[in-house]
Design a protein around this ligand. Structure first.
Ligand code: NDP
Ligand code: 8X3
Length: 247
């Protein structure tokens, strides 16, 4: 049984890869930082793990990899993240386009490339990493939230098309997950700002998400979990924001 995990070079993807390896899967771990993938392969013992450099924004590279590795039993579309927390009117266009290219286009192209073989074999599981940011708006969430809303709706629409094919599809939508590089990347390597995000609260951990994946992939084949929305106990929702006397 073979599982492909994108963005396995850190955080949630690395933890998911570790759990799937524990379950006995042969892994195809991907990301842009090959040395990180090689480290993970070594830590997992080297056997049953193939590390491949893959930038998910590179459609030709996705097609070449799929051609090389063939069908997989599990695809975890985890690669992605946020860039910036500026308001829409102040955000960098390049950040917006990168978020769409990774969280939306990369996930879509890889899914399109691997799905036909799953349907043909009448078996397979796709797990997408969405976010609570795709469910609830927050200031500065603009394109990141919109990209994750795409992941949520695309996953549900896949479920509609895949009914009766034997192929399963789940969107996992976490709130704040610490011990990842998510905030470091969002704040363009500002370590202080990144670590302050999790100050004084207990965030979810990559292991929490990986344990959820373990649960999902070990369910009987007739059970499909459509979406899972989860948050730290310490996280909640904001109130509506009312601007008064603004003119
Ligand atoms: P990390 O920054 O730790 O991990 C992101 C992973 O994505 C890295 O392995 C990175 O690898 C990979 N990645 C980023 N861009 C590309 C690219 N263009 N091509 C290939 N791989 C890429 O963050 P998380 O582990 O937290 O994030 C994993 C997923 O979970 C993301 O989709 C994120 O949006 C989502 N998520 C995270 C939450 C959080 O609070 N941490 C909450 C909700 C969802 P490399 O740099 O080597 O390419
Ligand atoms: C990241 C979760 O709550 O920081 O997707 O937007 S949150």
């Amino acid at each position: 049984m073979k599982a492909m995990i994108t963005g396995a070079s850190s955080g949630i993807g690395e933890a998911i890869a570790t759990n799937l390896h524990d379950l006995g899967y042969e892994l195809i771990i991907t990301g842009r930082r090959k040395e990180r993938l090689d480290d993970l392969a070594t830590r997992l013992g080297g056997d049953r793990v193939a590390a491949h450099t893959l930038d998910v924004t590179d459609t030709a590279a996705i097609h070449a990899l799929v051609e090389e590795v063939g069908a997989v039993d599990i695809l975890v579309n985890n690669a992605g993240g946020a860039l910036g927390l500026a308001s829409a009117q102040e955000a960098e266009l390049s950040d917006w386009l990168t978020m769409i290219a990774t969280n939306v286009t990369g996930l879509t192209v890889l899914t399109h490339a691997l799905l036909p073989a799953m349907v043909e074999r009448r078996s397979g599981i796709i797990i997408n990493l969405g976010s609570v940011a795709g469910e609830y708006p927050y200031p500065g969430g603009n394109v990141y939230g919109a990209a994750k809303a795409f992941v949520r709706q695309f996953s549900l629409n896949l479920k509609a098309d895949l009914a009766g094919t034997g192929v399963r599809i789940t969107d996992i939508e976490p709130g704040m997950v610490g011990e990842t590089e998510f905030s470091l990347v969002r704040f363009h390597n500002d370590t202080e700002r990144a670590s302050s995000v999790y100050d004084g609260m207990q965030a979810l951990t990559p292991a929490d998400i990986a344990d959820l994946v373990r649960y999902i992939v070990t369910l009987p084949p007739h059970v499909n979990i459509n979406t899972v929305s989860l948050m730290p106990v310490d996280q909640g929702f904001g109130a509506f924001n009312v601007t008064r006397h603004s003119s």
